[in-house]
Write a protein that binds this ligand. Structure first.
Ligand code: NAD
Ligand code: UFG
Length: 338
């Protein structure tokens, strides 16, 4: 069964490629390599024993997308990872984000319609919930105000998929709302490749440990949480990847005209200090950190109710926090030749 992965050489896409190959799927990756490297194909091949088909394609180029689908038209389903994802950059360059993420989806759905592909899995985010009023967050929790253009693109894309699904009786979609994916593949051969100064906690911790950053700022120590620092639902990237195997298997076998939305988290909230302590415990390295002001736009606590993922997809996470922080360090060491 042939599955198209857009953005498949990226962080989550590459881990998913491996799990799909392991599960027996044939895959074709399209990516414009704006935030990934072509050598990812070698790494996927090394881990899985199979080299995925690859086409360098920018989804915002409608003509190229059309030609691609005219040439390759045997996909059972599409997993759409390709997007820009930096919250901070999206505030500075909103049009870049709206064009890339929304126009990219528009072109993809146009081709999906023309080529009668019935199954789509979309990379959404917990960011669609904004500041949740009740924890844990269920899929019924209201879509909230999200301050960043990045977050707005995820809400818009979900809405477009909703309307598209309603308009096409044969079509089914799943938006997977990831919480905070961290960590790296057990092989140590693939992981996150942040460009510039990382915004996210885990790469900042590993870069502080490897000496690239002098000090980690812990944003906010006066939250109403057990240790005063903010709480998130961190999930191992391989667990996220496996969720896609369940999602694509489910959607291909289930012929219903529905747009499902599913939380992909562990259901466990961890504070920033708990993540630092886990990293220090599993690696034996002390992190140089200081407590600073809250970061603008940050939510105090977010974690998922994951019962629907279990019920609908038969999936739940396996990795614990210590395994996540340990794998992130193994990847950082490999990346820096430490
Ligand atoms: P990533 O940047 O590592 O991967 C995205 C890939 O898409 C990259 O390889 C990039 O080159 C490609 N791409 C971007 N725009 C493209 C375009 N116009 N045409 C073709 N390829 C394009 O990001 P990731 O962390 O793997 O995220 C994958 C998806 O998951 C994204 O949609 C992201 O918004 C979403 N998501 C990520 C997180 C997270 O914390 N990593 C959390 C929630 C949701
Ligand atoms: N944090 C620090 N210091 C840092 C970086 C982060 O203390 O240097 C803290 C943040 O303040 C927050 C927690 O660590 O409390 C997690 O922050 P991240 O930036 O790693 O993750 P966010 O929860 O802010 O955002 C992530 C993704 C977004 C996505 C959002 C909701 O980066 O793309 O989850 O799903 F939209």
């Amino acid at each position: 069964m042939n599955i198209l992965l857009t953005g498949g050489t990226g962080y989550i896409g590459s881990h998913t490629a491996i799990e799909l190959i392991k599960a027996g799927y044939k895959i074709h990756i399209v990516d414009n390599l704006s935030n990934s490297n072509i050598d990812m194909l070698d790494r996927i091949e090394k881990i899985s024993g199979t080299r995925p088909e690859f086409t360098n394609l920018d989804l915002t180029n409608q003509k190229d997308v059309k030609h691609f689908f005219e040439r390759y038209n045997d996909f059972e389903g599409v997993i759409h990872f390709a997007a820009l994802k930096s919250v901070g950059e999206s505030v500075k360059m909103p049009l870049k984000y709206y064009k890339n993420n929304v126009v990219g989806l528009y072109n993809l759905l146009t081709a999906i319609k023309n080529h009668k592909i019935n199954n789509l899995v979309f990379s959404s985010s917990a960011t669609v919930y904004g500041t949740p009023e009740i924890l844990p967050v269920t899929e019924e929790s209201p879509i909230g105000y999200t301050p960043s253009p990045y977050g707005a693109t995820k809400q818009m894309c979900e809405r477009i998929i909703e309307d598209f699904t309603s308009s096409l009786a044969t079509f089914e979609a799943i938006s997977l709302r990831y919480f905070n994916p961290i960590g790296a593949h057990d092989s140590g051969l693939i992981g996150e490749l942040p460009t510039g100064t990382p915004n996210n906690l885990m790469p900042f911790i590993t870069q502080t440990a490897s000496g690239i950053r002098e000090k980690l700022s812990v944003f906010g120590s006066d939250y109403n949480t057990s240790d005063g620092t903010a709480i998130r639902d961190y999930i191992h990237v391989s667990d996220v990847a496996i969720a896609h195997v369940h999602a694509i298997r489910f959607i291909i076998s289930n012929n219903e005209n529905i747009h499902h939305k599913v939380n992909i988290g562990t259901g466990i909230g961890s504070s920033v200090l708990e993540i630092i302590r886990s990293f220090e415990k599993t690696t034996g390295i002390k992190i140089n950190y200081h407590l600073t002001d809250r970061r603008a736009g940050d939510v105090e606590a977010v974690y998922a109710d994951v019962s629907y993922a279990k019920e609908l997809l038969g999936w739940k996470s396996i990795y614990n926090i210590d395994q996540m922080t340990k794998s992130a360090w193994i990847w950082e060491k490999a990346l820096r030749n430490l």
